[in-house]
Design a protein around this ligand. Structure first.
Ligand SMILES: NC(=O)c1ccc[n+]([C@@H]2O[C@H](COP(=O)([O-])OP(=O)(O)OC[C@H]3O[C@@H](n4cnc5c(N)ncnc54)[C@H](OP(=O)(O)O)[C@@H]3O)[C@@H](O)[C@H]2O)c1
Length: 349
């Protein structure tokens, strides 16, 4: 239960983006104790309006003076903006919760998924920043954590099926425009993605690294270790699919101890942030379309892997804009409040 005695001045940086707009919605839905909400973006969309609690708020241009009096700054405007402006926000007295990859692996910045390592938020004091993981990592660790507690995970092999909203609003527009172009026999334009995404899929997200993995795959590896357990070995293949919202993952897990599919199902049924829908019949599983606007990570297709000792295979889907970004960020802010780690600034009446 959120302590709502104090009210906070909250800034959303990147408010007009796919994640930023969801943040504004989540703050309202969860009745976050907002005294004042300030919205920021670049000159591209500054001046636009967004609705919060039936009020129309004008998005302002992000400047160095934006953070005076701000208690909590939620950033989702990309790495460059976070690199430059997060320290400015901290100097102005705000706690930053950052969605970009900029600070995630900094040893002085906690990387937090509240269902998994809520206690880590206390480490925010070193830099004044808390990082949100990559969207595909967030839903993965929500599922792995309760299973790891029971039977200790040794190794994970994961294939992702990631929606275009994970690449932002321009990417969503691109899928829409390409789909329309195909139906109207017009020229297909490719800008955000390296190849056509409509009626296709692309086994490449973020840049390539020297070892042949993509950075998205590397992020899943290192972030899982940082959030859950450095001993877990993980290999990922990340694939972009023509779905607007909702990431899916096929996860193969090898444990130290035996764990049956039935036991795993029972554990996940009561695990925080998890919902199990797993009927072994047509339609008895959750697809990304069905998780849009939902907070939970849905788990289906839980079964034993007979090809390894102590192996399980499962399927999970989650709304990447929510658990993968906006919801997780707001949950982190709630943790800070509930643990009395921040206080609203004293203001003159
Ligand atoms: N989408 C996801 O599922 C997801 C999940 C986890 C993390 N993230 C991370 O969250 C961040 C935002 O992602 P997104 O998907 O919301 O992207 P997006 O839809 O492209 O939105 C980007 C937002 O940042 C603003 N912005 C860009 N440059 C700016 C600048 N120089 N100054 C101020 N504002 C600026 C944009 O405003 P203008 O339009 O005015 O430029 C827009 O509001 C990225 O770092 C991404 O990696 C995204």
């Amino acid at each position: 239960m959120l302590n709502k005695k104090d009210q906070y001045v909250v800034a959303v940086v990147g408010a007009t983006g796919a994640v930023g707009q969801e943040m504004v919605e989540v703050l309202e839905e969860r009745k976050f104790p907002v005294k004042e909400l300030r919205l920021f973006a670049s000159e591209r969309t500054a001046g636009e309006t967004l609705t919060f609690q039936d009020r129309s708020l004008t998005v302002q241009l992000l400047t160095k003076d934006a953070f005076a009096g701000v208690d909590i700054a939620l950033f989702s405007a990309g790495e460059e903006v976070s690199r430059e402006y997060a320290p400015i926000a901290v100097s102005a007295g705000a706690v930053v919760i950052d969605n970009s990859a900029e600070w995630r692996m900094n040893p002085d910045v906690p990387l937090v998924v509240p269902e998994v390592n809520a206690e880590a938020v206390a480490g925010f004091r070193k830099k004044g920043i808390i990082a949100n993981p990559n969207c595909s990592t967030a839903q993965l660790v929500v599922v792995l954590k309760p299973l790891h507690d029971k039977a200790k995970i040794k190794r994970v092999v994961v294939a992702t099926y990631q929606s275009v909203s994970g690449a932002g609003k321009d990417a969503m527009d691109e899928l829409f425009a390409q789909t329309k172009a195909i139906y109207t026999a017009s020229d297909i334009e490719t800008k955000t993605f390296p190849k056509r995404i409509a009626f296709n899929l692309i086994p490449h997200i973020d840049v390539f690294m020297e070892d042949g993995y993509t950075k998205e795959e590397w992020k899943m590896m290192v972030e899982t270790k940082k959030i859950l357990d450095p001993k877990i070995r993980l290999t990922a293949t990340c694939v972009r699919v023509p779905v607007f919202i909702g990431h899916s993952e096929a996860i193969n897990i090898e444990f130290e101890e035996p764990l049956s599919a039935e036991e795993a199902r029972e554990i996940l049924r009561t695990a925080p942030g998890c919902l199990v829908i797993d009927k072994r019949e047509p339609g008895g599983y959750v697809t990304p379309y069905e998780c849009v606007g939902e907070d939970a990570t849905y788990i289906s297709r839980i079964r034993e892997d007979p090809t390894v000792e102590n192996g399980l295979v499962l399927w999970c889907v989650s709304d990447n804009l929510r658990k993968g970004a906006a919801l997780n960020a707001v949950q982190i802010a709630e943790c800070l409040i509930n643990r009395k780690l921040i206080q609203a600034k004293k203001r003159a009446a």
